[in-house]
Design a protein around this ligand. Sequence first.
Ligand code: SF4
Length: 349
Amino acid sequence: MINLEEIKSFLLDYSGPEIKLMEVCGTHTSTIVKSGIRSLLSKNIKLVSGPGCPVCVTGSRYIDEAVNFALSKDYTVLSFGDLLRVPGNEMSLSEAKALGGSVEIIYSPMEAAEKAINNPEKNFVLAAVGFETTIPAYALLLDNLIELKISNVKLLTSLKSIGPALDWLCENESDIDGFIAPGHVTSVTGASVYRHLAEKYRKPFTVAGFEAEHILVAIYDLVMQIANGRYEVHNLYKSIVSDKGNEKAMEIIGKYFELSSSYWRGIGIIDCSGYTVRENYRHYRIEIPVREEEISNKSKGCRCGEVITGKIEPYECTLFGKGCTPANPVGPCMVSQEGTCGIYYSMYG
Ligand code: SF4
């Protein structure tokens, strides 16, 4: 069995055909950047970031909708902190709050129920953004709202399923040779969700943990699969991820949400890639039409869409570290803790 030192030597000395691998998840990007993994790889092995940061893939129009609710005086918008500074086409939720809009930060979806009970005269809009990792928490909130007959909370959803986005990438970004699959999302969906993609596009997927060593082993696994013409799904994070995933979590997601078309920044609309509150529970959902987006004047020049589809590195954006910094972000990739530009800035900015 090969040890870590041998893996490091292999990856540094690799001189085979160029290989491009995508790490899908922002937490993997963070480990890769902060631990300097790239410096341990041959120049023939390239790592690019993917669409695994939920705030980053959310479109500007979604922010505009949330801002409109915040400024309407009829609603209070509840949001996680990282969404607050994401620029919309006109302004961010944070700027809306500064203009007198009603916006409150929450740390868990369940806080929405508490606020609704304690403030029955108010109406709340919960900005619900996330992947399969966080959607069960929104489902549990709906369970709670229904059981307690709480009716003054609605969900403004930008909830997404990572599988269809990877399908789109395999189809449209054919130079990506393999994927480091996200650990957290896969713990819910199960590693088996990647099998049909691996077979359809003949590309390997390896599920990895979040330590630098885990990622190095996953890179080695992918390089070996590619070198040997294999395209399998390997799960190297078995302590957390199973083949079937968390069936209870998927069950409660299915109880309250159904798959629908969804808009992804940098990609566009993908069928069956989002989760919307089911018709039976429509009282709790805010309908927003799914539309393609144009680039607004404010966000002109932001290349987040290319960053999250692995086409460019953050420093290839001319605004990186100049017009765009964490203190003054132009795009969501500079705002979120999982955003590639913000992660790069924290190391190289
Ligand atoms: Fe967008 Fe800023 Fe990243 Fe450029 S550096 S792609 S403007 S978030």
